[in-house]
Design a protein around this ligand. Structure first.
Ligand SMILES: O=P(O)(O)OC[C@H]1O[C@](O)(CO)[C@@H](O)[C@@H]1O
Length: 561
């Protein structure tokens, strides 16, 4: 039976008939006024009713188009879809990634060291801890200047080569936690290379010293062509600059991180320089594994472990907190309400902190690669919406770019405003501190205006139409007390679990990504004519036309030389 047939889904559809025409302005009008007499209970304000907090995070859902009835119907839906049973299956290591026949155990990577989790009668926490210890010793050697390049000089520059989950998580975390540097003397220059066309690596190599640069080749599969071609370019650069043998370069200048040790060895990375993880860690869920090596190098091993603790705290909260207090469950279920019942299919991620500039790109992969699906677990096509289109940008910058559409366009968009409350500790009363307050003021102003529209500014409802604001764009504000490794771990685990909650309701497997496979195969076919190799004669006319144009432009180029 499709979820659409469940009584809870049908009840939500009915409820949505009323809520579709209810404006957030009116929902806020029902609030108890803030200046109500002291003897009036003010705890029934929308904020009090619809905000939940845990640890370092507070989620304000009061600007969502919901009532208490909405939440209780969503609770019924989560019950109909057996969310509790799915949570148990996730955490216990059940084979829930059925199309790849394996569990999804990223939560095991952040279990305390003395925990037990048995997979095939083996406590995997032992392996995880052994891996962390190996990673820790590498980090210590590099920080101590004991990892030396081919000429004997200590490594001072790290280049992470990876793509997708082997790039976005570490890239995001290194920027987000840039205030948590390791002690002086242990600081490294850090770069990330992902793009297949070589443009990032070509520009970067010009600025680096081959004697002191270490490359981390990060790839779960170790077959991703984007990563391997960048890795080959890096090795060729080292070879031409040094004139030394591959064996020495591989040993001194490369670390491999992968779930496929054989392939790392085939490429030439010696076993001692390999860090492994497991096929039960999905690429986009892998920053907690050895894929997080750049994070540990950036913030130190203790900071990395704090990040794991923060994520673990969120795991425990997700596992145990009741529906009403459960942050990921509420975030996920209110998303379901917006997408499936209010028909909102665009989702903007708006961090009000420049350190979170890579969060939108990270969440694009996390959400869209996980839940951008249209077949259910039973192998049937589904007839309801799943993951919306996600995009985002640092909020204040986006204000000068696409907020016009959010405020006055024709599309309904749900937004996540994400900001730390405290920043610039030790910079009290400085210009910098003021900048943080300015950013907070903008964050609050924008979510307020998006929700309330004209009614937020007296008299604006009399303005000419091009100056009017319709409002009613729902948003959640995620308030982080302060951005630290711990709170960052909580934040990312919050979104991971939100994605899981939604996958349960939509009955999709969030841990595979078959939709990215065929394009890779097709590119292999198309590479043949571009390399003057035998190629199948026929493509569609557009592809053939473009190929011919490219090849003739390239021939012209050669002739002119
Ligand atoms: O880590 P790998 O195996 O190089 O894969 C990189 C990325 O490519 C994908 O498989 C998509 O092609 C992502 O799921 C993954 O994060």
């Amino acid at each position: 039976m499709s979820v659409k047939e469940s009584p809870a889904w049908k009840a939500l559809e009915q409820h949505a008939d009323t809520m579709q025409s209810t404006h957030l302005r009116d929902l806020f009008l029902q609030d108890t006024p803030v200046d109500a007499p002291a003897n009036i209970d003010k705890t029934n304000s929308r904020f009090d009713t619809f905000s939940v907090s845990n640890g370092s995070l507070l989620l304000d859902f009061s600007k969502q188009r919901i009532t208490q009835t909405t939440l209780s119907l969503l609770k019924n839906l989560s019950r109909d879809c057996q969310l509790e049973r799915w949570k148990e299956r996730l955490f216990s290591g059940d084979t829930i990634n059925t199309s790849e026949n394996r569990p999804a155990l990223h939560t095991a990577l952040r279990l305390p060291y003395n925990s037990q989790l048995s997979l095939d009668n083996h406590n995997i926490v032992t392996d995880i801890q052994a891996n962390l210890a190996h990673m820790s010793s590498m980090v210590a050697r590099i920080h101590a200047g004991q990892w030396r390049g081919y000429s004997g000089l200590p490594i001072d520059t790290i280049v992470n080569i990876g793509v997708g989950g082997s790039d976005l998580g570490p890239l995001m975390a290194c920027k987000a936690l840039s205030d948590s540097q390791p002690p002086a003397g242990q600081q490294l220059k850090m770069h990330f290379v992902s793009s297949m066309d070589g443009s990032q690596i070509a520009n970067l190599l010009d600025q680096l010293s081959p004697t002191t640069t270490l490359f981390i080749i990060s790839s779960k599969s170790f077959t991703t062509i984007d990563t391997l071609s960048n890795a080959n370019t890096a090795r060729q650069w080292l070879k031409s600059a040094s004139g030394v043998k591959d064996e020495l370069l591989n040993r001194r200048h490369f670390i491999g991180v992968s779930a496929s040790p054989d392939k790392m060895s085939q490429w030439g990375i010696p076993e001692k320089s390999q860090l492994n993880f497991w096929d039960w860690t999905g690429g986009r869920y892998s920053l907690w594994s050895a894929i997080g090596l750049p994070i540990a190098l950036r913030i130190g091993m203790s900071g990395f472990k704090e990040m794991l603790s923060g994520a673990h705290a969120m795991d425990e909260h997700f596992k145990n907190a009741p529906f009403e207090e459960n942050l990921p469950v509420q975030l996920g279920m209110i998303g379901i309400w917006n997408i499936n019942f209010l028909n909102i299919h665009a989702h903007a991620i708006l961090p009000y902190d420049g350190r979170l500039s890579h969060l939108p790109a990270y969440l694009e992969q996390l959400e869209m690669e996980s839940n951008g699906k249209s077949a259910n677990r039973q192998g049937n096509s589904i007839d309801y919406h799943t993951c919306p289109i996600l995009w985002g940008e640092i909020g204040p910058n986006a204000q000068h770019a696409f907020y016009q559409l959010l405020h006055q366009g024709t599309e309904s968009v749900m937004c996540d405003f994400i900001t730390p409350a405290r920043r610039y500790d030790g910079f009290e009363n400085t210009e910098l501190q003021q900048q943080h307050q300015l950013s907070l003021a903008n964050c609050l102003a924008q979510s307020r205006l998006l929700a309330l529209g004209d009614s937020a500014i007296e008299g604006n409802d009399k303005a000419p139409i091009h100056k009017r604001y319709r409002g009613n764009q729902p948003s959640t504000t995620v308030l982080i007390d302060e951005l630290t490794p711990y709170s960052f771990g909580q934040l990312i685990a919050l979104y991971e679990h939100k994605v899981f909650v939604q996958s349960v309701i939509w009955e999709v497997n969030p841990f595979d990504q078959w939709g990215v496979e065929l394009g890779k195969k097709m590119a292999t076919e198309l590479l043949k004519p571009l390399l003057n190799e035998d190629a199948p004669a026929t493509f569609d006319s557009s592809t053939t036309g473009l190929l011919n144009s490219i090849l003739s432009l390239q021939t012209l180029d050669k002739e002119l030389k």
